[in-house]
Design a protein around this ligand. Sequence first.
Ligand code: 13P
Length: 257
Amino acid sequence: MRKTIIAGNWKMYKTISEAIELANGLKRELFKLDAQDIDIVLCPPYTALSEVSEVIADSNLKLGAQDCFFKDEGAFTGEISPLMLKDVGVKFVIIGHSERRQYFGETNESINKKTKAVLRHNLIPIVCVGETEEERERGLTFQVLDDHIRNGLKDLTEEQIGQVVIAYEPVWAIGTGRTATSTQAQEAQRYIRDLLAKFYNKEIAESIRIQYGGSVKPENIVELMQEPDVDGALVGGASLSVDSFAAIVKRANEVKK
Ligand code: 13P
């Protein structure tokens, strides 16, 4: 059985005081959930990592970051290393979000390097894959997923791939309110799992967690989670308020497979 994982990607939102308030609110709302059953991950901006780390220490909430560089240290102005993230209490790192591909020149090659760097430090990468609207309309969805998985996760050992979380985030569903239907999410996520079985083996493929991301809300999380290959969600906008994120987490936790 794969453990459910719900992560909140706060993107470039929340000052330090706002981040502390949100983390405290979530801690209060979610303290009853068992960390054995579900991974609940908060990914604030870098500036708030330290404070959020303190707020959620000794709670059932875990800390994530939104990106990182692939070197441990060096003259790389503006970058943050996995070593530094680990130091502040980070356990998960989002890699290759489509916004980074779109605005910051992220490629499969840099995603591959970052994924390996994160794994080297025993952190868990959440590797994002997904097609744009144009690619979907042109019938290229599976081809894009193949490219992202094949090249973004290139040369990972069986042990390494077993640690990875994959987030299927169709770009056309991010921040648009247009969630993929649960059938569309399932179809893409089954395809990803089949690819992993082809590149590694069936047992490993069945053990890897695949999240869905793109306009996830309390109203659609249950339907998505009921799909056999949807193991959780990567939530953007709805992770920015206590009520909506806590509702998503609680509802996801109730869907037993
Ligand atoms: P929204 O939930 O705001 O659509 O964002 C999804 C996302 O990009 C999470 O990483």
